[in-house]
Structure formats: structure tokens, C-alpha cells
Design a protein. Structure first.
Length: 252
């Protein structure tokens, strides 16, 4: 038996499982800790066996990857990145993470992309906040994640709606991170989701900041007058990760 999506295409055999997990994960099949969440700021989850345990209990093939890679796969298969060879999916929520596809394949490598831990410029005179990342302090996640917003301003992102100072600062940090992604991976599109991005007007602020920082360097309309179609919200909304995990199961 197979699962099917809304357009009738087969998704995956029902006896296969795809897992998109938070945290830094071990996805190397040759590793004895394949399927483990390794380092993560989430209490109680470091060095936790997820993939192997589910494979043992269900006795089924399991594909294991990051939650953002799964979401990237979902957007590439059914969402806002269909037909693209190279694009990035970035999520801004409790933490910040990213998945990338290059030549139609998920990007892995030494471990997997860690977009949230890029080091970005931090003007401590304008923003003395030290950052919340327990490993790096003021990396992108340390300065611009939902946890960082709440720690800096003393209120949750939802409670800060309409405060221009909050969202101008947030947009500036996110734009600095996206500039790194654009310049290094030359993505054809960036899909950016997560709870923080639900803030009204934040996407347009980020788009405007990215255009300003690039200053016409790439010579392409995508990062200029057509920026609204280049940096977008997920077409699949909050279902990107779930649908991506189903697509991931096909590789099991």
C-alpha cells in the first residue's frame, strides 16, 4: 500500500518511515550513532537515539535527516521550489536552521548545513545583547531566534507585534545571514519559514534589507526588483516538514 498526496501522486510505501529531526543529528549510515540527535540546546535530548529505536520497534526501513532538510525536500517536491536545481529552506523559530538542495539533491557533507550558527556582524554598541547560543553566543541563532528575541526584549515574539525597533533589528540580522547563504550557495530561491516569520511585515523588511545589502552586486533582478519572488514563505506552510518526511521515506 502507498500513501498519496492531494494531487494523487504516490508518496511512499506505508512500511517505510522518514524522520526529520531537530538538533544536530548523525545521519551517516556507517556511524554507530546513526539516527541520534547529538548536540542540542533542548534539555534532555542530547545524544538521544531516535532513528535506530524506531527502526528496532517497527522493524521497517527508516530514513533520517534534519527537520529543515525534510522541509526543503517537501518544498522542492510539492511546494515553492518545484523545478529548481538549487535553493535553500531556512526556518526561524525557537532556533534557526536551514536545509539546502544543490543540483536537485539535499546538501550534506561533513555533518549537515548549520545555517543558524553562522557568525554575522554584531554591533555591540547598537545591540549589547550577548546572544543565547550556548556554544557561540552571538551567532545568527544566538541573536535572531525566537529564544533570542524573548531573552533580549523580555517578551515573546507574539507579544512584540508592532514594535518597530524589535523587527527592524530582527530583519537586519536575518538579512545578514541570508546574504551569506546567497553568496556561498548561489541559491535560485530562498524559502523562509518558522514561527517568527509569521510576524506581519517581517518578510518584506527582510527582503528590503537583503536588497540593500547586496547593493546590486549580483546584477540580477532576483535580488532586486523581483525580491518578493526570490525570498518567499513556504508554499506548503506548516506542512512542509511533514510532507518532506514522507518524501524522505521514499529514500529509506
Amino acid at each position: 500500500m502507498s500513501l498519496r498526496c492531494h494531487d494523487g501522486h504516490a508518496l511512499a510505501q506505508s512500511h517505510d518511515v522518514g524522520i526529520g529531526s531537530f538538533g544536530r543529528v548523525d545521519r551517516k549510515l556507517s556511524s554507530p550513532t546513526w539516527g541520534h540527535i547529538t548536540t542540542t540546546p533542548k534539555p534532555g535530548w542530547a545524544n538521544t537515539d531516535v532513528g535506530q529505536e524506531i527502526r528496532r520497534r517497527l522493524s521497517v526501513p527508516v530514513a533520517f535527516d534534519t527537520d529543515v532538510n525534510a522541509a526543503a525536500l517537501g518544498e522542492h517536491r510539492w511546494g515553492g521550489a518545484r523545478g529548481l536545481d538549487t535553493f535553500c529552506y531556512v526556518t526561524v523559530g525557537t532556533g534557526i536552521g536551514g536545509g539546502a538542495m544543490v543540483d536537485g539533491k539535499l546538501l550534506h557533507g561533513l555533518v549537515h548545513p548549520e545555517f543558524g550558527h553562522m557568525r554575522i556582524p554584531h554591533d555591540r554598541d547598537a545591540d549589547p545583547f550577548p546572544g543565547v547560543c550556548q556554544y557561540h553566543g552571538d551567532c545568527l541563532e544566538g541573536l535572531a531566534s525566537g529564544r533570542a528575541i524573548e531573552a533580549r526584549w523580555g517578551q515573546s515574539p507574539a507579544e512584540l507585534e508592532g514594535d518597530d525597533a524589535v523587527w527592524e533589528l530582527e530583519a537586519g540580522y536575518l538579512a545578514l545571514g541570508l546574504i551569506c547563504v546567497i553568496c556561498v550557495l548561489s541559491s535560485e530561491r530562498i524559502v523562509i519559514g518558522g514561527g517568527v516569520m509569521k510576524q506581519p511585515g517581517l518578510l518584506s523588511l527582510v527582503q528590503r534589507r537583503v536588497t540593500g545589502l547586496m547593493n546590486g552586486y549580483l546584477g540580477t533582478k532576483a535580488v532586486g526588483e523581483e525580491i518578493a519572488g526570490y525570498i518567499t514563505l513556504p508554499a506548503l506552510g506548516s506542512k512542509a516538514g511533514v510532507l518532506g518526511a514522507i518524501a524522505l521515506a521514499e529514500t529509506a
